[in-house]
Ligand binder design. Structure first.
Ligand code: ADP
Ligand code: ADP
Ligand code: ZN
Ligand code: ZN
Length: 752
């Protein structure tokens, strides 16, 4: 068969310098290169964008009006494209009705299965849908959650009634409601609530109203007792709280929260629907099982009438397991998935389709995967290729890069120092290539030998969130701690949901977007812009506000954006440089004012590197140096923040936090989007932060980060209910000798 190619000529998006290349069809091509070198500019901004545009050209004008718009990428020609499917790490929204089961269509098939062979028969299949009025729980309308009482705020389980176990004000010791409760003779007033039997607690909290004879003072009177939560719910939740005085509303609101619906126990389905079972399980119980368990349960369904459904279900569930998501359940809401989990769920969705000859484009699919599970991802990429698809991947993990049929290395460095192709060819060839990627692949990082001494401990007590098995852990302060373990083992539950709750003053450095509005830039975000405006104002003896593109100095035509959006009915919206200021964003008269020979527009188009040689202001230089230190020397001061990648967002946050001392920093997979050489640079920054007296806690799979930890907390042994335990706490050196840990195993093989 003749090898066909996607042909790209003269691509110039962002930093690309007239890039031309050929991508083999029906093969796996992996793009590598330092962060900011131009990989996304080629793959997403040029190839995917043009393919999407060509696809939409086929639709009528009417339909096109409802689709996102794509301008033609800046390139001489892009030919021979296939239909694109972009599988990215964008979190899936979709609201509370979107789950892993619905998004992968697995739940649809499960519903069909129940309507066909479930016993007793309860109706045509819509009754198994919580989106359908027939099937949804009438109490919560299929949401699964309702306003309820925050029991943790309402009760102190470690106390007795006499000690003031009920924290809600009206039941304060000595108050009327408390008197009645303790005089009622219904409860043991000295027993701690945590020692109550289930029945006693149920009576205290949820009992329906009944009459009791009570000795209040000298008199014996008949009063009505009602469970305290039941009463609170009736008074303040079922009744519109707005009918009470503002003072009462303020007192009551802290105790109200959204919790699982008590009628359907969060399953969202009506009682009739829940009575229908297969092999003893109802549909909600199946949807709550981890995929790895459910696939076994489904395999045991033996009914000729349902054979093809069982096969379909088994195959799709097996895909979830194969890609390392065996710990997810079908009822898991998609907006609670991490970026990496979202991307893998999307891959599963596509594997079930029978499409071929399409172009799949992935953005770092290894994110969130432990080294143990990377081979599973590789298998799936190869499966997609073997179905006759073209697979294009941006990736930094050497274990994924290995499976490429063809590699394109972009560089040599980032920004203006990148934008060219430095190597094209096989994996073996890359190992010989004298490029940043090639060099890093040849030299594995060494294990650290000496470890910092902790200055103290942060104690985590009774951690029980999600799958955590009531853990007590001490996190050492003043050192670099890395939390490891396979996906789903409980790392985020321990750090993001427990440590951050118990020690709320920690600084979280994540990859979420930083741009507050379309005018935000690195200069405004880091606070440097205020100093720049002061310097310009002082040098020219005019007002500072002239030099802000949010105010009077801004070009009036584009309001300081530098571009204008033209949208005409039935035509694609186009973004064009502003005619008045030519993209400079300021009024002409403002550009007359100079600082050391440069206008404000000249300054904003400088890169960090150039600006370091231009400014003399100490504060500005410190900020620029911090940006340089986190590897953002190629970024221009005025580049819109909305165009930064996740990795770049994370590093700009780091740069603005660098100078602080005595704080706790928490980072979740900071190497996402980073090349091996960027990772070394990030490590230097992290080390500097720790050396300034800070505590850094990092969740990571990246072995180079693990090798540089002072302290490792390894979680496992597996994901989901088979995880949630601490396997190891100690230095990476001691971890090496541990037999039971996957992390130890992969660390050993990497060091060989
Ligand atoms: P990579 O994917 O290799 O990390 P990118 O293709 O995202 O690199 O970026 C290449 C360069 O182009 C970087 O300097 C980046 O900051 C810059 N860049 C990316 N998008 C834009 C944009 N919309 N406007 C201006 N510069 C951009
Ligand atoms: P890790 O960070 O190690 O990948 P997580 O802490 O995210 O692991 O997950 C641990 C377990 O808790 C998994 O079984 C996961 O599916 C479950 N889990 C995590 N977040 C949620 C959530 N918001 N709702 C329900 N289950 C969750
Ligand atoms: Zn309900
Ligand atoms: Zn303008």
């Amino acid at each position: 068969m003749i090898q066909e190619f996607i042909e790209l000529h003269g691509a110039r998006e962002n930093n690309l310098k007239n890039v031309s290349l050929r991508i083999p069809k029906r093969k796996i091509t992996i793009f590598t290169g330092v962060s900011g070198s131009g990989k996304s500019s080629i793959v997403f901004d040029t190839i995917a964008s043009e393919a999407q545009r060509q696809l939409y050209e086929n639709f009528s004008m009417f339909v096109r009006n409802f689709l996102p718009r794509y301008a033609q990428p800046d390139a001489d020609s892009i030919e021979n494209l296939n239909m694109p499917i972009v599988v990215d790490q964008k979190r899936m929204g979709g609201g509370s009705h979107s789950t892993v089961g619905t998004i992968t269509d697995i739940y649809t098939v499960l519903r069909l299965l129940f309507s066909k062979i479930g016993q007793p028969y309860v109706g045509h299949y819509n009754v198994f849908s919580f989106n359908d009025p027939q099937g949804m729980c009438p109490e919560c309308n299929g949401i699964g959650r309702k306003l309820g009482v925050d029991l943790e705020k309402f009760l102190d389980m470690s106390k007795s009634l006499n000690e003031g176990a009920i924290l809600f004000g009206a039941y304060g010791v000595g108050k009327w409601d408390w008197n009645f409760l303790t005089e009622s003779g219904l409860f043991d007033n000295d027993k701690k609530l945590e020692d109550y039997t289930e029945e006693e607690l149920d009576r205290l909290l949820y009992s329906p109203p009944f009459k009791v004879k009570t000795d209040m003072g000298a008199n014996s009177i008949n009063l009505t007792f009602e469970g305290i939560i039941a009463k609170f719910t009736r008074k303040y939740i079922t009744t519109d709280i707005k009918t009470y005085s503002e003072r009462t509303q303020k007192q009551v609101e802290p105790y109200i929260t959204t919790g699982p619906c008590r009628a359907c126990k969060g399953t969202r389905l009506s009682q009739t629907t829940l009575s229908c079972k297969i092999n003893g399980y109802n549909i909600a119980e199946m949807a709550a099982m981890e995929a790895g368990e459910l696939v076994h349960v489904i395999r045991q369904v033996d009914d000729t009438a349902a054979q093809s459904m069982v096969e379909t279900l088994t195959e799709r569930l097996q895909h979830l397991v194969d890609i390392g998501l065996e710990y997810l359940s079908l009822n898991r809401e998609t907006d609670t998935l991490s970026g990496g989990e979202s991307q893998r769920v999307k891959i599963v969705k596509h594997l079930s389709s029978s499409l071929s000859d399409v172009m799949y484009i992935f953005d770092e699919p290894s994110v969130g995967l432990h080294p143990r599970d990377v081979h599973r991802l590789n298998d799936l990429l190869q499966k997609l290729r073997d179905k006759g698809n073209t697979v294009i991947v941006v990736e930094h993990d050497p274990d994924v890069i290995k499976v490429a049929d063809h590699i394109v290395d972009v560089g040599p460095l980032a920004g203006t120092h990148g934008g060219t192709i430095v190597y094209e060819g096989s994996f073996d060839g890359l190992l010989q290539a004298d490029t940043v990627t090639g060099n890093h692949m040849q030299h594995a990082m060494r294990l650290k030998e000496t470890f910092r001494k902790p200055s103290g401990q942060l104690a985590i007590k009774n951690a029980k969130v999600n799958n955590l098995q009531n853990l007590d852990v001490d996190i050492p302060t003043g050192v670099l701690t890395v939390v490891t373990g396979v996906a789903g083992s409980g790392k985020s539950s321990l750090i993001n949901e427990t440590l951050l709750h118990q020690h709320a003053d920690a600084i979280v450095i994540d990859q979420s977007e930083v741009g507050a509005n379309s005018r935000s830039t690195p200069a405004t975000y880091t606070g440097m812009m205020d100093e720049i405006r002061k310097d310009f104002a002082k040098a020219n003896k005019v007002s500072q506000s002239l030099f802000s593109f949010n105010s009077e100095g801004a070009c009036e035509n584009c309001q300081g954006l530098g571009v204008v959006y033209i949208s005409l009915a039935f035509l694609d919206e186009a973004k064009t440089p502003c005619e008045v200021c030519g993209g400079k964003r300021f009024k002409d008269e403002v550009l007359e004012y100079k600082l050391n020979g440069k206008s404000i527009a000249d300054v904003l188009s400088m890169t960090v590197e150039e600006a370091l040689g231009y400014f003399t202001n100490k504060k500005i230089l410190n900020t620029l140096q911090a940006m340089n230190d986190v590897g953002l020397n190629y970024l221009s001061l005025g580049q819109p923040l909305s165009t930064l990648s996740g990795g770049e967002c994370q590093r700009i946050k780091l740069a603005s936090e660098l100078h602080k001392g005595g704080s706790i920093y928490v980072m979740d997979e900071p190497t996402t989007g980073l090349h091996m050489s960027d990772t070394s640079q990030l490590l230097e920054v992290i080390n500097r932060i720790v050396d300034n007296g800070n505590t850094v806690v990092v969740i990571e799979h990246n072995l180079d980060i693990i090798k540089n930890a002072d302290w490792i907390i390894d979680m496992g042994p597996e994901g989901g209910h088979k995880g949630g335990q601490i396997l190891f706490e100690g230095t990476p050196k001691d971890l090496l000798s541990l037999d039971t840990s996957y992390t130890a195993q992969f660390l050993r093989s990497d060091l060989q």
